[in-house]
Design a protein around this ligand. Structure first.
Ligand code: HEM
Length: 205
């Protein structure tokens, strides 16, 4: 049993998060498959990979718009407000905890509360992912879906090629975020306790 429970993830956020997680994982799998496709030994059949990549790309776009709109209309937006004053110091304290304090059983430097549900590192990672990486991957993805909108030549290089490289690089950084996100979410008294919270809505200490 947990010491105390906090309701931090409302229903709309949990639904958004579930759709987003399934979509992004599908996009990563189909994206990698297309990138390294070999027609003789495809990881996923090429035509299917293209179809599902486009389909889940559109789902991610609509779902992302829902996130931005509902987040801006509810109190959840407060969790994404970055306080730049003293940020570097707070990031160092949190990194020190993840690298050493956690393994020594030290208390969390920034305990989860109703007003501060993210620690400083989480907050920066979520802001960068949700307001830089995801919108950029969507914009470049939609441009590749309608390549006629892309400038033909940039410094003698194909604009489409540059957009595709940028799009794949953003995909790489989102995959990196996901990898770290999954690890960090497992840090706590029990590895699955945080995973349960994004399903039930309740954070448990
Ligand atoms: C299977 C995949 C995933 C799992 C198991 C997972 C797990 C979790 C968990 C346990 C939380 C709540 C605790 C915490 O904040 O760390 C959370 C929150 C969050 N996750 Fe994920 N996640 C997944 C995929 C993703 C993806 C692909 C993204 C974005 C690209 C993402 C973005 C977020 C954001 C922004 C929050 C904070 C939501 C809020 O409270 O406003 N997650 N996730």
């Amino acid at each position: 049993m947990s010491d105390h429970k906090l309701y931090l993830y409302p229903k709309w956020l949990r639904v958004w998060h579930g759709i987003n997680a399934v979509s992004i994982i599908t996009l990563i799998a189909t994206g990698i498959s297309m990138q390294y496709s070999n027609l003789n030994y495809p990881i996923i059949n090429f035509q299917s990979a293209v179809f599902f990549h486009n389909l889940f790309g559109v789902i991610t776009l609509i779902n992302y718009l829902v996130f931005v709109i509902v987040n801006s209309l509810t109190d959840n937006k407060k969790a994404y407000k970055l306080q730049f004053k003293g940020l570097i110091e707070r990031l160092m304290v949190q990194s020190q905890y993840y690298l050493s304090g956690y393994f020594k059983g030290e208390p969390k430097p920034y305990p989860v509360s109703k007003t501060e549900k993210f620690n400083p590192l989480q907050k920066v990672a979520y802001v960068v992912t949700m307001y830089v990486l995801v919108p950029l991957v969507i914009i470049t993805g939609v441009s590749l879906l309608f390549p006629e909108v892309i400038i033909e030549n940039v410094l003698k290089t194909s604009g489409i090629r540059l957009t595709a490289i940028f799009h794949a690089s953003l995909g790489f950084f989102i995959s990196l975020f996901l990898f770290i996100h999954l690890y960090v979410a497992s840090v706590g008294k029990h590895p699955f306790r945080n995973y349960r919270s994004i399903v039930t809505g309740y954070h448990e200490d």
